[in-house]
Design a protein around this ligand. Structure first.
Ligand SMILES: Cc1cc2nc3c(=O)[nH]c(=O)nc-3n(C[C@H](O)[C@H](O)[C@H](O)COP(=O)(O)O)c2cc1C
Length: 434
């Protein structure tokens, strides 16, 4: 049987991905970029389409009003800005795409358009931008903003932001840089244009004072889940990050919805790749899933509750952690994730501690087993969903990597489900190969 051929991304952070560890293992040296440079080489050898870096602009202290658990476990911080990392990773690789997250709420558009154009040039056309509007109130406070605008308004502003950034990126035509010693012209000024952008939220004269980058602009990427978020991603994004909520049916419905919305907005849905975030749990042949120790469960709990307190904007320390999930929790942030948690409390009697104690390494992953078994599971789901790929969650523990690149990827390649080589060079070309 022939399968849907699908794309693979790797989701991680520019932070301490090997903690807790003994400090000597691969990944302990992240601050100078050397770990991520090597990671990019390893993932390129396995023919991943891209690496994607998350980002937020806070030290997490939503849980109990304390930074302790975030900093103790290196959950949200410390981290470095992912954007300068992309050119570092580009050195020593030649094809893998490099995507960084940056917020439309906090970056001035001219600066970000110039920065991302620069990074696209420095990476030889392999850069991408994960567009987020940011949901943490404490991030706003770092910029002297007392309160974030409602999510829908942030997306309205982000739509205009993208329009402006695109005009800036297009303010230099192809071929403007002539560098012709005969005529003595470096740049043909007739191919560089002011834009005089006048929007509701932004004004910008333009042009950019940099050259057009290899891709024209970075590949645009986004994860809209809400109605408004989906409208934004289907209008603007080339890579859409989906969640696996609702199982295979939910994934298929999500992808179909994004494609339908894109078509209604005059886009070719095939120009959009929907990739679904998932952990994978590979158990080497003949080995058993090791039981998590109490200490590991506690570390996972602390990590997960810090993440959720921040992204949902809930101080979970105010609620009973050990009885079924309280139904009166109110979220400032994403409510759909909270609805799922409440449902697990109502229907299965799960407590917050139960929900937050599963492993970072994906012990409860839907895709679990030997490399061959996980490969078959991924293929089966993708065949049903119809495309376009998975965004593999870097587990935080780099012990996952050898099983991933030496076990799972070859098994997927053998089945003809993923690429065995790159034929394109830029990230956009790589994504559009199939
Ligand atoms: C795979 C994935 C990665 C994300 N990365 C980030 C990130 O790095 N920073 C951030 O502020 N939000 C991030 N988000 C949140 C999204 O930008 C978005 O707010 C979320 O998916 C909810 O969608 P909504 O805004 O339509 O409610 C991510 C979401 C997903 C699914």
């Amino acid at each position: 049987m022939s399968h849907v051929k699908f794309h693979l991304g790797y989701f991680t952070k520019f932070g301490a991905t090997s903690w807790p560890g003994d400090g000597k293992e691969f990944g302990s040296n992240w601050i100078d970029g050397s770990y991520h440079k090597e990671l990019a080489q390893i993932l390129e050898a396995a023919k991943f389409d891209f690496i994607l870096f998350e980002d937020t602009l806070i030290v997490g202290d939503r849980y109990g009003g304390s930074m302790e658990l975030d900093l103790k476990n290196a959950t949200l911080s410390p981290k470095l800005d992912p954007i300068p990392l992309l050119p570092v990773m580009a050195q020593g690789t030649s094809h893998i795409g490099l995507i960084a997250t940056a917020s439309t709420t906090f970056y001035p558009p001219y600066l970000l358009a110039r920065l991302l154009s620069t990074v696209d040039s420095l990476t030889g056309g392999r850069a991408g931008w994960n567009m987020v509007t940011s949901s943490e109130k404490n991030a706003a406070l770092n910029f002297g903003i007392d309160k974030l605008l409602p999510s829908n308004v942030r997306y309205d502003i982000a739509d205009e932001y993208v329009d402006l950034a695109k005009q800036l990126w297009n303010s230099w035509e192809d071929g403007a840089l002539v560098a012709d010693p005969e005529s003595g012209v470096y740049v043909d000024h007739t191919k560089v244009h002011t834009i005089n952008f006048e929007g509701e939220h932004f004004r910008s004269r333009g042009p950019l004072n940099t050259v057009r980058s290899p891709q024209g602009h970075p590949v645009l990427c986004q994860a809209g889940a809400s109605e408004r978020g989906r409208q934004f991603s289907s209008r603007n994004a080339e890579v859409v990050l989906g969640m696996m909520t609702g199982g295979v049916a939910g994934m298929k419905a999500y992808r179909d919805d994004i494609r339908r919305r894109a078509e209604r907005q005059g886009r070719n849905p095939d120009d959009i790749k929907v990739v679904f975030l998932t952990p994978v749990n590979i158990i080497p042949e003949g080995k058993e899933q090791p039981e998590m120790s109490e200490a590991e469960k506690q570390a996972a709990f602390e990590h997960n509750i810090v993440m959720a307190s921040s992204s949902l904007d809930v101080d979970f320390s105010q609620y009973d952690l050990d009885s079924p999930v309280p139904q009166d929790i109110v979220a400032g942030g994403h409510t759909s994730a909270l609805d799922h948690m409440k449902k697990a409390g109502r229907e299965e009697g799960k407590s917050l501690r139960d929900l937050f104690s599963s492993g970072k390494g994906g012990n409860k992953a839907r895709f679990s087993g030997t490399a061959e078994q996980v490969a078959s599971q991924l293929i089966e789901v993708m065949d049903e969903v119809g495309g376009d790929g998975f965004l593999i969650e870097g587990s935080g523990y780099n012990r996952q990597l050898p099983d991933l690149v030496n076990g799972l990827i070859p098994a997927l390649q053998k089945a003809g489900a993923v690429r065995t080589e790159y034929t394109g060079t830029t990230l956009r070309e790589v994504l559009r190969e199939f």
